[in-house]
Write a protein that binds this ligand. Sequence first.
Ligand code: NAD
Length: 510
Amino acid sequence: MQQDTVNIMAKLGVKGFATENGMLVNSPIDGSNIAQVALASAQQTDVAMDAATVAFLQWRQVPAPERGHLIRLFGDKLRQHKMALGRLITIESGKLIQEGLGEVQEMIDICDFAVGLSRQLYGLVIASERPGHKMVESWHPIGPVGVISAFNFPAAVWAWNAVLALVCGNSVIWKPSEKTPLTALACQSVLSMAIQECNSVPRQLSQVLIGRATLGEQLVKDARMKVISATGSCDMGRKVAPVVAARFGRAILELGGNNALIVCASANLEMALDAVVFGVVGTAGQRCTSTRRLFVHTDVYPAFVSRIRQAFAAVTVGDPLAEQTLVGPLIDSAAYEVMQQALIDARKSGAVVTGGQRLDQGCAAAFYVRPALAEMPEAVKNIITETFAPLLYVFQFDDLNTAIAQNNAVPQGLSSAIFTTDLRQAELFTSAVGSDCGIANINIGTSGAEIGGAFGGEKETGGGRESGSDAWKGYMRRSTSTLNYSNCLPLAQGVSFSINEAMGPDALSC
Ligand code: NAD
């Protein structure tokens, strides 16, 4: 695994990252050490923030379509290096090779989106209530953007943030997860290849700082970082949000989910089965949008739940680099312990649990598990915590309004889905009295979002929006300008304030 990693890093042009006595990086595939990387010091972080400020002052003057040209080149480089980068993502995060490649494709897609956006950072012309006046709203670059990312999407989440921030005229500093620093260094190297082919790009426009939570804390509290986009657990967000707010910075928070899927009696059960199994086992249950809770209508409950149990027992668990594998490893031993504790708690509450056992893949330091199903007793109505593992809690319902209420009765509000062929049920679920999540899908599972939509969730998920739609506005400042092309100075709301009347005959007439 180590040699494979060294080869990929060389292919992607990453040099000088390996160091003795640095932070150990392990692959979850076999638990082996694949590199040691140097950590950025507090002083280096300080210097980087100064450099990001200098780069911003220059880059904001480059016309947006020219900024888009850099992102077009970056997208081209990603296409060229998709296989190598996708493989590195799999080696470092443990997700399936198909998912690693999919993550690079997501980066390419957001580059395409951002290139188009570079000619569409539209403002508004607003009707003024005053004669001879025009009101316009424009969007301007805001400043250096700090991106703090989680281990489970070690490349795409940065790309969502970085390419929009860059097209919007900002510089970027990225602090990746301490569990996936190599992917970050490789992404930065691919971006550098594009930067080298452009003339007008300031040095240090995009920087990567490898470090632990303390490095993130330093970025979060520093007023030079005008935007902090932080992706990770609700606990992390709970610490970050007040610090950014205290200095009146802008935070984009993408935090934990506790996503539910509702299967109605009218649902196409084959489609629902595929969606549930992918939602639970995809990325070994380590997606923010993974399906955690399932509400099944009483009429179809026994047959449907039995199919899920069979599917969980049948899915191939193992090496994520092997094409036939459907479930890779958990990220580390801590993730395994958390899952086991959740299973113990579920059993104690009276749940019937199947699966969840560790599978021997011949490596003591790697953690592969059979996906688990916990059929909850009637007395337990909900599970309010996110367990970042392939574990599904199942509940039965008779009345859709009750299931929607249960979907909403958790602190998190990221993703949700309903399977139904009844139009009224589908509309209810996506209406004002339906799901309270940022994502509410119909006949599609909870995970696997496209880049075109705004991605994010409500409540303890943090309220941030990234990626498509108008998420770009989060990386710009808004300016409202009223332009008077008349010869008078009327005030808004008809307020009368006349110097002429006060001055009498001495006044200049307009
Ligand atoms: P984590 O919270 O442990 O770490 C995320 C990042 O935050 C890391 O880079 C970490 O170093 C940094 N960090 C931790 N404490 C910090 C602090 N006080 N100040 C600044 N930075 C700090 O999360 P994880 O285990 O890497 O990822 C899993 C979690 O991320 C899950 O809860 C998952 O739902 C969530 N997630 C959410 C989204 C989303 O878009 N909503 C996407 C991916 C992951």
